[in-house]
Design a protein around this ligand. Structure first.
Ligand SMILES: Cc1cc2nc3c(=O)[nH]c(=O)nc-3n(C[C@H](O)[C@H](O)[C@H](O)COP(=O)(O)OP(=O)(O)OC[C@H]3O[C@@H](n4cnc5c(N)ncnc54)[C@H](O)[C@@H]3O)c2cc1C
Length: 531
Protein backbone atom coordinates (compact mmCIF):
# COMPACT_ATOMS: atom_id res chain seq x y z
CA UNK A 1 0.00 0.00 0.00
CA UNK A 2 1.46 3.36 -0.99
CA UNK A 3 2.02 5.75 1.86
CA UNK A 4 2.34 8.96 -0.15
CA UNK A 5 -0.13 10.12 -2.75
CA UNK A 6 0.57 13.66 -3.91
CA UNK A 7 -1.98 15.20 -6.23
CA UNK A 8 -0.33 17.24 -8.97
CA UNK A 9 -1.37 18.80 -12.25
CA UNK A 10 1.31 17.00 -14.23
CA UNK A 11 3.23 13.82 -13.51
CA UNK A 12 6.37 13.36 -15.60
CA UNK A 13 8.23 10.09 -16.00
CA UNK A 14 11.96 10.53 -16.68
CA UNK A 15 14.48 13.23 -15.83
CA UNK A 16 16.48 13.34 -19.02
CA UNK A 17 16.44 16.48 -21.13
CA UNK A 18 12.73 15.96 -21.93
CA UNK A 19 11.58 15.52 -18.33
CA UNK A 20 13.76 18.37 -17.10
CA UNK A 21 12.38 20.83 -19.62
CA UNK A 22 8.82 19.58 -19.07
CA UNK A 23 9.19 20.31 -15.36
CA UNK A 24 10.58 23.76 -16.05
CA UNK A 25 7.76 24.61 -18.50
CA UNK A 26 5.07 23.21 -16.21
CA UNK A 27 6.30 25.36 -13.35
CA UNK A 28 6.50 28.44 -15.57
CA UNK A 29 2.86 27.82 -16.54
CA UNK A 30 1.87 27.75 -12.86
CA UNK A 31 1.24 23.98 -12.84
CA UNK A 32 2.25 21.67 -10.02
CA UNK A 33 4.42 18.80 -11.20
CA UNK A 34 6.28 15.73 -9.96
CA UNK A 35 9.00 13.96 -11.92
CA UNK A 36 9.78 10.30 -11.25
CA UNK A 37 13.17 9.03 -12.36
CA UNK A 38 14.74 5.59 -12.12
CA UNK A 39 18.31 6.90 -11.94
CA UNK A 40 19.87 8.66 -8.96
CA UNK A 41 20.22 11.98 -10.81
CA UNK A 42 19.27 13.93 -13.92
CA UNK A 43 20.61 13.51 -17.47
CA UNK A 44 18.86 10.41 -18.83
CA UNK A 45 20.91 9.09 -21.77
CA UNK A 46 23.97 10.93 -20.50
CA UNK A 47 23.51 9.60 -16.97
CA UNK A 48 23.34 5.98 -18.14
CA UNK A 49 25.70 5.84 -21.15
CA UNK A 50 29.06 6.44 -19.45
CA UNK A 51 31.00 4.06 -21.70
CA UNK A 52 34.42 5.20 -22.93
CA UNK A 53 34.10 7.32 -26.05
CA UNK A 54 30.42 8.23 -25.57
CA UNK A 55 29.70 11.58 -27.15
CA UNK A 56 27.03 13.28 -29.20
CA UNK A 57 27.14 13.36 -32.98
CA UNK A 58 25.26 16.65 -33.25
CA UNK A 59 27.59 19.67 -32.77
CA UNK A 60 27.61 20.83 -29.14
CA UNK A 61 26.51 24.35 -30.07
CA UNK A 62 23.29 22.78 -31.33
CA UNK A 63 22.87 19.88 -28.90
CA UNK A 64 21.67 22.11 -26.07
CA UNK A 65 18.50 23.85 -24.87
CA UNK A 66 17.41 27.04 -26.55
CA UNK A 67 14.48 27.97 -24.29
CA UNK A 68 16.51 30.33 -22.12
CA UNK A 69 18.90 32.82 -23.66
CA UNK A 70 20.93 33.37 -20.48
CA UNK A 71 21.46 29.63 -20.20
CA UNK A 72 22.68 29.25 -23.76
CA UNK A 73 24.94 32.29 -23.40
CA UNK A 74 26.56 31.28 -20.10
CA UNK A 75 27.39 27.65 -20.91
CA UNK A 76 30.77 27.23 -22.64
CA UNK A 77 31.15 24.07 -24.71
CA UNK A 78 34.68 22.70 -24.91
CA UNK A 79 34.60 20.44 -27.97
CA UNK A 80 32.96 20.36 -31.38
CA UNK A 81 31.11 17.21 -30.33
CA UNK A 82 30.68 17.12 -26.56
CA UNK A 83 31.71 13.96 -24.72
CA UNK A 84 29.30 12.32 -22.27
CA UNK A 85 30.85 13.83 -19.09
CA UNK A 86 30.48 17.34 -20.50
CA UNK A 87 26.84 16.79 -21.49
CA UNK A 88 26.11 15.32 -18.07
CA UNK A 89 27.72 18.39 -16.43
CA UNK A 90 25.48 20.55 -18.60
CA UNK A 91 22.39 18.62 -17.46
CA UNK A 92 23.46 19.08 -13.84
CA UNK A 93 24.06 22.77 -14.44
CA UNK A 94 20.51 23.14 -15.80
CA UNK A 95 19.07 21.21 -12.83
CA UNK A 96 20.97 23.47 -10.39
CA UNK A 97 20.15 26.67 -12.21
CA UNK A 98 16.40 26.03 -12.21
CA UNK A 99 16.28 24.13 -8.87
CA UNK A 100 14.73 21.20 -10.67
CA UNK A 101 15.66 18.48 -8.17
CA UNK A 102 13.09 19.72 -5.60
CA UNK A 103 10.31 18.22 -7.70
CA UNK A 104 12.07 15.03 -8.80
CA UNK A 105 11.81 11.68 -7.02
CA UNK A 106 15.01 9.78 -7.91
CA UNK A 107 15.80 6.08 -7.60
CA UNK A 108 12.16 5.32 -8.36
CA UNK A 109 10.76 3.39 -11.33
CA UNK A 110 7.24 3.87 -12.55
CA UNK A 111 5.67 0.42 -12.84
CA UNK A 112 2.17 1.37 -13.93
CA UNK A 113 -0.37 4.11 -14.60
CA UNK A 114 -4.14 3.84 -14.74
CA UNK A 115 -6.63 6.43 -15.97
CA UNK A 116 -9.85 6.67 -13.95
CA UNK A 117 -12.22 9.47 -13.00
CA UNK A 118 -10.34 12.03 -15.05
CA UNK A 119 -7.01 11.34 -13.38
CA UNK A 120 -3.94 9.21 -13.80
CA UNK A 121 -2.81 7.18 -10.82
CA UNK A 122 0.88 6.43 -11.21
CA UNK A 123 2.40 3.58 -9.23
CA UNK A 124 6.07 2.91 -8.64
CA UNK A 125 8.45 0.31 -7.30
CA UNK A 126 8.63 2.26 -4.03
CA UNK A 127 5.88 3.51 -1.73
CA UNK A 128 5.45 6.60 -3.91
CA UNK A 129 2.18 6.88 -5.82
CA UNK A 130 1.18 10.04 -7.65
CA UNK A 131 -2.21 11.20 -8.81
CA UNK A 132 -2.16 13.66 -11.71
CA UNK A 133 -4.53 15.19 -14.21
CA UNK A 134 -1.92 14.92 -16.99
CA UNK A 135 0.79 12.35 -17.48
CA UNK A 136 3.87 13.04 -19.62
CA UNK A 137 6.05 10.12 -20.61
CA UNK A 138 9.53 11.59 -20.96
CA UNK A 139 10.95 8.09 -20.84
CA UNK A 140 13.33 8.42 -23.81
CA UNK A 141 13.67 6.70 -27.18
CA UNK A 142 16.89 4.92 -26.30
CA UNK A 143 16.51 4.12 -22.62
CA UNK A 144 15.56 0.45 -22.51
CA UNK A 145 18.70 -1.62 -23.02
CA UNK A 146 18.58 -4.57 -25.40
CA UNK A 147 20.36 -7.59 -23.94
CA UNK A 148 20.29 -10.54 -26.36
CA UNK A 149 19.23 -13.80 -24.84
CA UNK A 150 22.66 -15.50 -25.00
CA UNK A 151 22.46 -18.93 -23.34
CA UNK A 152 24.83 -19.13 -20.39
CA UNK A 153 25.42 -15.37 -20.14
CA UNK A 154 24.99 -15.55 -16.36
CA UNK A 155 27.61 -18.31 -16.07
CA UNK A 156 30.41 -16.07 -17.36
CA UNK A 157 32.64 -15.35 -14.37
CA UNK A 158 34.04 -12.00 -15.53
CA UNK A 159 32.19 -8.69 -15.56
CA UNK A 160 29.64 -8.02 -18.33
CA UNK A 161 28.99 -4.35 -19.09
CA UNK A 162 26.17 -2.95 -21.24
CA UNK A 163 27.15 0.37 -22.82
CA UNK A 164 23.72 1.78 -21.93
CA UNK A 165 24.07 0.94 -18.23
CA UNK A 166 27.72 1.68 -17.64
CA UNK A 167 29.13 1.77 -14.07
CA UNK A 168 29.66 5.19 -12.50
CA UNK A 169 33.27 4.43 -11.59
CA UNK A 170 35.57 4.22 -14.62
CA UNK A 171 36.24 0.68 -15.82
CA UNK A 172 39.92 -0.16 -16.23
CA UNK A 173 40.56 -2.64 -19.05
CA UNK A 174 44.40 -2.45 -18.72
CA UNK A 175 45.91 -5.86 -19.36
CA UNK A 176 42.52 -7.52 -19.87
CA UNK A 177 41.25 -9.74 -22.67
CA UNK A 178 38.05 -7.99 -23.70
CA UNK A 179 35.20 -9.02 -26.01
CA UNK A 180 32.87 -6.40 -27.46
CA UNK A 181 29.58 -7.60 -28.95
CA UNK A 182 27.95 -5.16 -31.34
CA UNK A 183 29.15 -2.61 -33.87
CA UNK A 184 26.40 0.03 -33.86
CA UNK A 185 27.06 3.56 -32.68
CA UNK A 186 28.01 2.66 -29.08
CA UNK A 187 30.39 -0.08 -30.26
CA UNK A 188 31.96 2.18 -32.85
CA UNK A 189 32.52 4.91 -30.25
CA UNK A 190 33.86 2.66 -27.50
CA UNK A 191 36.00 0.15 -29.44
CA UNK A 192 38.92 2.54 -30.22
CA UNK A 193 39.25 3.57 -26.55
CA UNK A 194 38.89 0.07 -25.13
CA UNK A 195 41.50 -1.13 -27.65
CA UNK A 196 43.99 1.43 -26.31
CA UNK A 197 43.77 -0.17 -22.85
CA UNK A 198 43.06 -3.84 -23.37
CA UNK A 199 45.72 -6.53 -23.76
CA UNK A 200 43.52 -7.93 -26.51
CA UNK A 201 40.18 -6.96 -27.96
CA UNK A 202 37.86 -9.21 -29.94
CA UNK A 203 34.95 -7.54 -31.73
CA UNK A 204 31.89 -9.63 -32.66
CA UNK A 205 30.15 -8.11 -35.66
CA UNK A 206 26.73 -9.12 -36.98
CA UNK A 207 26.33 -6.19 -39.39
CA UNK A 208 29.09 -3.88 -40.57
CA UNK A 209 28.09 -0.23 -40.26
CA UNK A 210 28.94 2.95 -42.09
CA UNK A 211 30.84 5.54 -40.07
CA UNK A 212 31.93 9.01 -41.11
CA UNK A 213 34.86 10.66 -39.31
CA UNK A 214 33.88 13.19 -36.64
CA UNK A 215 37.07 15.27 -36.92
CA UNK A 216 36.32 16.20 -33.35
CA UNK A 217 38.44 19.03 -31.96
CA UNK A 218 38.51 21.69 -29.29
CA UNK A 219 35.83 24.25 -30.01
CA UNK A 220 37.35 27.47 -31.28
CA UNK A 221 36.36 30.21 -28.77
CA UNK A 222 35.90 32.68 -31.63
CA UNK A 223 33.50 30.31 -33.36
CA UNK A 224 31.55 29.89 -30.11
CA UNK A 225 31.41 33.66 -29.53
CA UNK A 226 30.27 34.21 -33.10
CA UNK A 227 27.41 31.70 -32.83
CA UNK A 228 26.37 33.12 -29.46
CA UNK A 229 26.23 36.61 -30.93
CA UNK A 230 23.53 35.38 -33.32
CA UNK A 231 22.17 32.38 -31.45
CA UNK A 232 18.49 32.91 -32.18
CA UNK A 233 19.08 33.21 -35.94
CA UNK A 234 21.40 30.20 -35.80
CA UNK A 235 18.73 28.15 -34.01
CA UNK A 236 15.98 29.34 -36.38
CA UNK A 237 18.02 28.32 -39.42
CA UNK A 238 18.63 24.86 -37.95
CA UNK A 239 14.93 24.35 -37.31
CA UNK A 240 14.31 24.72 -41.06
CA UNK A 241 16.41 21.61 -41.74
CA UNK A 242 14.71 18.25 -42.22
CA UNK A 243 16.68 16.84 -39.29
CA UNK A 244 16.60 20.11 -37.29
CA UNK A 245 20.35 20.63 -37.28
CA UNK A 246 23.34 21.69 -39.36
CA UNK A 247 22.02 24.54 -41.52
CA UNK A 248 25.65 25.37 -42.23
CA UNK A 249 25.83 22.14 -44.21
CA UNK A 250 22.79 22.48 -46.48
CA UNK A 251 21.39 19.69 -48.57
CA UNK A 252 23.00 19.64 -52.03
CA UNK A 253 20.11 20.04 -54.46
CA UNK A 254 21.64 17.90 -57.21
CA UNK A 255 20.82 14.24 -57.82
CA UNK A 256 23.83 11.94 -57.50
CA UNK A 257 23.65 10.54 -61.04
CA UNK A 258 23.10 13.98 -62.61
CA UNK A 259 26.77 14.91 -62.20
CA UNK A 260 29.93 13.35 -63.59
CA UNK A 261 31.78 10.64 -61.67
CA UNK A 262 34.60 13.03 -60.79
CA UNK A 263 32.20 15.72 -59.54
CA UNK A 264 30.42 13.12 -57.48
CA UNK A 265 33.69 11.91 -56.02
CA UNK A 266 34.70 15.48 -55.15
CA UNK A 267 31.37 16.11 -53.44
CA UNK A 268 31.80 13.00 -51.27
CA UNK A 269 35.43 13.85 -50.60
CA UNK A 270 34.47 17.34 -49.37
CA UNK A 271 31.70 15.93 -47.18
CA UNK A 272 34.12 13.32 -45.78
CA UNK A 273 36.60 16.07 -44.93
CA UNK A 274 33.88 18.14 -43.24
CA UNK A 275 32.86 14.99 -41.34
CA UNK A 276 29.79 13.85 -39.45
CA UNK A 277 26.17 13.17 -40.30
CA UNK A 278 25.80 15.82 -43.07
CA UNK A 279 27.64 13.35 -45.33
CA UNK A 280 24.17 12.10 -46.28
CA UNK A 281 23.31 15.55 -47.65
CA UNK A 282 25.89 15.15 -50.41
CA UNK A 283 23.07 14.62 -52.94
CA UNK A 284 19.31 15.06 -52.75
CA UNK A 285 18.38 11.47 -53.64
CA UNK A 286 20.59 9.35 -51.40
CA UNK A 287 17.61 8.33 -49.28
CA UNK A 288 15.40 7.79 -52.32
CA UNK A 289 17.29 6.16 -55.15
CA UNK A 290 19.18 2.89 -54.77
CA UNK A 291 21.68 3.62 -57.55
CA UNK A 292 22.49 7.04 -56.07
CA UNK A 293 22.77 5.54 -52.62
CA UNK A 294 25.20 2.90 -53.84
CA UNK A 295 27.64 5.58 -55.04
CA UNK A 296 27.81 7.03 -51.51
CA UNK A 297 28.03 3.55 -49.98
CA UNK A 298 30.89 2.57 -52.29
CA UNK A 299 32.74 5.80 -51.51
CA UNK A 300 32.70 4.92 -47.79
CA UNK A 301 33.79 1.34 -48.54
CA UNK A 302 36.72 2.70 -50.54
CA UNK A 303 37.77 4.75 -47.51
CA UNK A 304 37.58 1.64 -45.32
CA UNK A 305 39.79 -0.25 -47.78
CA UNK A 306 42.31 2.61 -47.74
CA UNK A 307 42.50 2.63 -43.94
CA UNK A 308 42.32 -1.04 -42.96
CA UNK A 309 45.53 -2.83 -43.95
CA UNK A 310 44.32 -6.42 -43.94
CA UNK A 311 42.07 -6.87 -47.04
CA UNK A 312 39.95 -9.61 -45.45
CA UNK A 313 39.24 -7.46 -42.40
CA UNK A 314 38.52 -4.44 -44.61
CA UNK A 315 36.03 -6.51 -46.58
CA UNK A 316 34.34 -7.71 -43.41
CA UNK A 317 34.12 -4.13 -42.10
CA UNK A 318 32.57 -2.93 -45.37
CA UNK A 319 28.80 -2.57 -45.01
CA UNK A 320 26.63 -4.00 -47.75
CA UNK A 321 23.26 -2.42 -46.86
CA UNK A 322 21.87 0.91 -48.02
CA UNK A 323 23.82 3.75 -46.43
CA UNK A 324 21.66 5.72 -43.99
CA UNK A 325 18.91 3.16 -43.50
CA UNK A 326 20.53 2.22 -40.21
CA UNK A 327 21.55 5.20 -38.11
CA UNK A 328 24.75 6.57 -39.65
CA UNK A 329 27.64 6.42 -37.17
CA UNK A 330 30.22 9.11 -36.54
CA UNK A 331 33.61 7.78 -35.52
CA UNK A 332 36.98 8.74 -34.13
CA UNK A 333 39.53 6.21 -35.29
CA UNK A 334 37.19 3.21 -35.50
CA UNK A 335 38.48 1.61 -38.70
CA UNK A 336 42.14 2.40 -37.83
CA UNK A 337 41.69 0.38 -34.63
CA UNK A 338 41.55 -2.83 -36.67
CA UNK A 339 45.18 -2.28 -37.74
CA UNK A 340 46.30 -2.98 -34.16
CA UNK A 341 47.87 -6.41 -33.61
CA UNK A 342 45.82 -6.76 -30.45
CA UNK A 343 42.43 -6.30 -32.15
CA UNK A 344 40.52 -8.96 -34.06
CA UNK A 345 37.15 -9.09 -35.76
CA UNK A 346 34.80 -12.08 -35.67
CA UNK A 347 31.95 -12.30 -38.17
CA UNK A 348 28.81 -13.55 -36.47
CA UNK A 349 26.44 -12.76 -39.34
CA UNK A 350 26.02 -16.31 -40.58
CA UNK A 351 27.24 -18.21 -37.54
CA UNK A 352 26.00 -16.37 -34.45
CA UNK A 353 27.33 -16.58 -30.91
CA UNK A 354 25.96 -19.91 -29.68
CA UNK A 355 26.49 -19.44 -25.94
CA UNK A 356 28.61 -18.11 -23.13
CA UNK A 357 30.74 -20.31 -20.89
CA UNK A 358 32.34 -19.41 -17.57
CA UNK A 359 35.41 -18.36 -19.59
CA UNK A 360 33.93 -16.50 -22.52
CA UNK A 361 32.01 -16.75 -25.75
CA UNK A 362 31.52 -19.68 -28.15
CA UNK A 363 31.07 -19.29 -31.91
CA UNK A 364 30.98 -22.57 -33.85
CA UNK A 365 33.82 -24.75 -32.51
CA UNK A 366 35.80 -21.84 -31.13
CA UNK A 367 35.75 -20.63 -27.55
CA UNK A 368 37.01 -17.07 -27.09
CA UNK A 369 38.28 -16.52 -23.56
CA UNK A 370 37.79 -13.13 -21.92
CA UNK A 371 38.35 -11.29 -18.67
CA UNK A 372 35.48 -8.90 -19.45
CA UNK A 373 32.69 -8.61 -22.02
CA UNK A 374 31.03 -5.42 -23.29
CA UNK A 375 27.53 -5.63 -24.74
CA UNK A 376 27.19 -2.79 -27.23
CA UNK A 377 23.87 -4.27 -28.25
CA UNK A 378 21.76 -1.13 -28.23
CA UNK A 379 18.21 -0.55 -27.17
CA UNK A 380 14.62 -1.65 -27.51
CA UNK A 381 14.15 1.70 -29.22
CA UNK A 382 11.21 4.09 -29.04
CA UNK A 383 8.65 1.74 -27.51
CA UNK A 384 10.73 -0.32 -25.03
CA UNK A 385 10.44 1.95 -22.00
CA UNK A 386 6.75 2.70 -22.62
CA UNK A 387 5.74 -0.93 -22.99
CA UNK A 388 7.76 -1.94 -19.92
CA UNK A 389 5.13 -0.19 -17.78
CA UNK A 390 1.57 -1.34 -17.16
CA UNK A 391 -0.24 1.66 -18.65
CA UNK A 392 -4.03 1.38 -18.74
CA UNK A 393 -6.32 3.90 -20.42
CA UNK A 394 -10.09 4.13 -20.67
CA UNK A 395 -11.86 0.85 -19.77
CA UNK A 396 -8.60 -0.61 -18.52
CA UNK A 397 -7.17 -1.22 -22.02
CA UNK A 398 -3.42 -1.69 -21.75
CA UNK A 399 -0.85 -0.02 -23.97
CA UNK A 400 0.40 -3.51 -24.88
CA UNK A 401 -3.07 -4.31 -26.24
CA UNK A 402 -3.43 -0.98 -28.02
CA UNK A 403 -0.01 -1.44 -29.67
CA UNK A 404 -0.23 -5.15 -30.40
CA UNK A 405 0.22 -4.44 -34.11
CA UNK A 406 2.94 -1.83 -33.53
CA UNK A 407 2.82 1.67 -32.04
CA UNK A 408 -0.22 3.73 -33.04
CA UNK A 409 -0.70 7.32 -31.99
CA UNK A 410 -1.55 10.80 -33.23
CA UNK A 411 1.35 13.19 -33.96
CA UNK A 412 3.66 10.89 -32.01
CA UNK A 413 2.28 12.66 -28.95
CA UNK A 414 -1.06 11.18 -27.91
CA UNK A 415 -2.82 7.82 -28.07
CA UNK A 416 -6.54 7.16 -28.67
CA UNK A 417 -8.02 5.57 -25.56
CA UNK A 418 -5.42 7.17 -23.29
CA UNK A 419 -6.74 10.64 -22.43
CA UNK A 420 -4.38 13.28 -21.00
CA UNK A 421 -1.36 11.10 -21.69
CA UNK A 422 1.49 12.57 -23.74
CA UNK A 423 4.64 10.93 -25.07
CA UNK A 424 7.67 13.16 -25.70
CA UNK A 425 9.40 12.23 -28.97
CA UNK A 426 7.20 9.16 -29.27
CA UNK A 427 7.10 6.86 -32.29
CA UNK A 428 5.42 8.70 -35.17
CA UNK A 429 7.30 11.94 -34.44
CA UNK A 430 10.62 13.05 -35.98
CA UNK A 431 12.50 12.18 -32.76
CA UNK A 432 15.57 10.06 -33.51
CA UNK A 433 15.90 11.40 -37.08
CA UNK A 434 16.56 14.87 -35.69
CA UNK A 435 18.62 16.81 -33.22
CA UNK A 436 16.63 15.48 -30.27
CA UNK A 437 17.05 18.63 -28.20
CA UNK A 438 15.05 20.55 -30.79
CA UNK A 439 12.36 17.88 -31.03
CA UNK A 440 12.11 17.64 -27.25
CA UNK A 441 11.58 21.38 -26.85
CA UNK A 442 8.95 21.45 -29.60
CA UNK A 443 7.04 18.58 -27.98
CA UNK A 444 7.20 19.95 -24.47
CA UNK A 445 6.04 23.34 -25.73
CA UNK A 446 3.12 21.69 -27.56
CA UNK A 447 2.14 19.71 -24.45
CA UNK A 448 2.34 22.63 -22.07
CA UNK A 449 0.56 25.02 -24.44
CA UNK A 450 -2.17 22.40 -24.82
CA UNK A 451 -2.67 22.05 -21.07
CA UNK A 452 -2.79 25.84 -20.74
CA UNK A 453 -5.32 26.05 -23.61
CA UNK A 454 -7.55 23.43 -21.97
CA UNK A 455 -7.44 25.23 -18.64
CA UNK A 456 -8.17 28.61 -20.17
CA UNK A 457 -11.31 27.13 -21.78
CA UNK A 458 -12.41 25.38 -18.59
CA UNK A 459 -11.80 21.95 -20.17
CA UNK A 460 -10.36 18.92 -18.42
CA UNK A 461 -9.42 16.24 -20.95
CA UNK A 462 -7.90 15.81 -24.39
CA UNK A 463 -7.84 12.58 -26.36
CA UNK A 464 -6.88 11.72 -29.94
CA UNK A 465 -9.66 10.27 -32.10
CA UNK A 466 -9.14 6.82 -33.58
CA UNK A 467 -9.65 8.26 -37.09
CA UNK A 468 -6.97 10.92 -36.64
CA UNK A 469 -4.65 8.27 -35.24
CA UNK A 470 -5.20 5.86 -38.15
CA UNK A 471 -4.58 8.66 -40.65
CA UNK A 472 -1.44 9.69 -38.83
CA UNK A 473 -0.01 6.17 -38.77
CA UNK A 474 -0.67 5.83 -42.51
CA UNK A 475 0.96 9.20 -43.12
CA UNK A 476 4.13 8.21 -41.21
CA UNK A 477 4.36 4.85 -42.98
CA UNK A 478 3.55 6.41 -46.36
CA UNK A 479 6.49 8.79 -46.10
CA UNK A 480 8.87 6.03 -44.99
CA UNK A 481 7.73 3.82 -47.87
CA UNK A 482 8.84 6.46 -50.37
CA UNK A 483 12.40 6.12 -49.10
CA UNK A 484 15.14 3.52 -48.73
CA UNK A 485 14.81 3.62 -44.93
CA UNK A 486 12.78 0.44 -44.86
CA UNK A 487 15.29 -1.61 -46.86
CA UNK A 488 17.40 -2.93 -44.00
CA UNK A 489 17.05 -4.38 -40.52
CA UNK A 490 17.40 -1.32 -38.33
CA UNK A 491 16.22 -0.41 -34.85
CA UNK A 492 14.08 2.28 -36.54
CA UNK A 493 12.01 -0.72 -37.64
CA UNK A 494 12.34 -2.62 -34.38
CA UNK A 495 14.32 -5.29 -36.24
CA UNK A 496 17.00 -5.63 -33.53
CA UNK A 497 14.55 -7.01 -30.96
CA UNK A 498 13.23 -10.55 -31.56
CA UNK A 499 9.43 -10.64 -31.88
CA UNK A 500 9.03 -6.85 -32.17
CA UNK A 501 6.52 -5.73 -34.83
CA UNK A 502 8.32 -4.46 -37.90
CA UNK A 503 7.05 -0.89 -38.22
CA UNK A 504 9.09 2.13 -39.26
CA UNK A 505 8.70 4.29 -36.15
CA UNK A 506 10.15 7.79 -36.64
CA UNK A 507 8.67 10.42 -38.97
CA UNK A 508 10.87 11.98 -41.64
CA UNK A 509 10.98 15.77 -41.79
CA UNK A 510 10.97 18.15 -38.84
CA UNK A 511 9.63 21.37 -40.48
CA UNK A 512 6.62 19.62 -42.05
CA UNK A 513 5.84 18.04 -38.70
CA UNK A 514 5.95 21.37 -36.86
CA UNK A 515 3.69 22.90 -39.51
CA UNK A 516 1.18 20.08 -38.99
CA UNK A 517 1.22 20.53 -35.19
CA UNK A 518 0.67 24.27 -35.61
CA UNK A 519 -2.25 23.64 -38.00
CA UNK A 520 -3.82 21.18 -35.58
CA UNK A 521 -3.79 23.87 -32.88
CA UNK A 522 -4.97 26.63 -35.24
CA UNK A 523 -7.91 24.41 -36.24
CA UNK A 524 -9.05 24.06 -32.65
CA UNK A 525 -7.14 20.84 -31.88
CA UNK A 526 -8.25 19.04 -34.98
CA UNK A 527 -8.18 15.27 -34.51
CA UNK A 528 -8.75 15.49 -30.78
CA UNK A 529 -11.81 15.34 -28.58
CA UNK A 530 -11.73 17.96 -25.82
CA UNK A 531 -14.11 17.69 -22.87
C1 LIG B 1 24.83 6.84 -26.72
C2 LIG B 1 23.81 7.78 -27.23
C3 LIG B 1 24.20 8.87 -27.97
C4 LIG B 1 23.24 9.77 -28.44
N1 LIG B 1 23.65 10.83 -29.18
C5 LIG B 1 22.74 11.70 -29.65
C6 LIG B 1 23.11 12.83 -30.44
O1 LIG B 1 24.26 13.01 -30.77
N2 LIG B 1 22.14 13.67 -30.85
C7 LIG B 1 20.83 13.50 -30.53
O2 LIG B 1 20.00 14.31 -30.93
N3 LIG B 1 20.45 12.46 -29.77
C8 LIG B 1 21.36 11.57 -29.34
N4 LIG B 1 20.95 10.49 -28.58
C9 LIG B 1 19.53 10.36 -28.24
C10 LIG B 1 19.27 10.84 -26.79
O3 LIG B 1 18.59 9.82 -26.16
C11 LIG B 1 18.50 12.16 -26.82
O4 LIG B 1 19.27 13.15 -27.45
C12 LIG B 1 18.09 12.72 -25.45
O5 LIG B 1 19.11 12.65 -24.51
C13 LIG B 1 16.83 12.06 -24.97
O6 LIG B 1 16.35 12.71 -23.82
P1 LIG B 1 15.03 12.20 -23.13
O7 LIG B 1 14.87 12.97 -21.91
O8 LIG B 1 13.93 12.20 -24.12
O9 LIG B 1 15.28 10.66 -22.84
P2 LIG B 1 16.39 9.99 -21.91
O10 LIG B 1 17.60 10.83 -21.85
O11 LIG B 1 16.53 8.60 -22.37
O12 LIG B 1 15.73 10.02 -20.46
C14 LIG B 1 14.66 9.19 -20.15
C15 LIG B 1 14.71 8.93 -18.67
O13 LIG B 1 13.53 8.23 -18.30
C16 LIG B 1 13.86 7.33 -17.29
N5 LIG B 1 12.86 6.28 -17.28
C17 LIG B 1 12.48 5.46 -18.30
N6 LIG B 1 11.51 4.63 -17.90
C18 LIG B 1 11.25 4.94 -16.60
C19 LIG B 1 10.36 4.43 -15.64
N7 LIG B 1 9.51 3.43 -15.91
N8 LIG B 1 10.37 4.98 -14.40
C20 LIG B 1 11.21 5.99 -14.09
N9 LIG B 1 12.10 6.50 -14.97
C21 LIG B 1 12.11 5.98 -16.21
C22 LIG B 1 15.23 6.82 -17.66
O14 LIG B 1 15.90 6.34 -16.52
C23 LIG B 1 15.88 8.06 -18.25
O15 LIG B 1 16.65 8.73 -17.30
C24 LIG B 1 21.88 9.57 -28.14
C25 LIG B 1 21.49 8.44 -27.41
C26 LIG B 1 22.44 7.55 -26.98
C27 LIG B 1 21.99 6.35 -26.19
Amino acid sequence: MSSISPEVDVAIVGAGFAGMYQLQRARAAGLTARVIERGSDVGGTWYWNRYPGARCDIPSLEYSYQFDDELQQEWEWQERYAPQPEILSYANHVADRFDLRDDISFNTSVTGARFADGHWLITTDSDLAVSAQFLVMATGCLSSTNVPDFPGLDTFTGPVYHTGKWPHDPVDFQGHRVGVIGTGSSGIQSIPIIAEQAASLTVFQRTANYAIPAHNEALDPERQADVKSRYSDFRAANRTMSSAFGAEFPQNDAAAMSVSESERFQQYEDAWRAGGLPFLRSFNDLALDAEANETAAEFVRSKIRQVVKDPATAELLSPKQTIGCKRLCVDSGYFETFNRDTVSLVDVSSEPISHFTSNGVVVGDTEFEFDAVVLATGFDAMTGSLLAMDIRGTDGVTLQEAWAEGPKNYLGLTIAGFPNLFTVTGPGSPSVLTNMMVSIEQHVDFITDTIEALRSQGLATIEATTEAQEEWVSHVNGIADLTLFTTCNSWYLGANVPGKKRVFMPLLGFPGYVKKCDEVVANGYEGFVLT
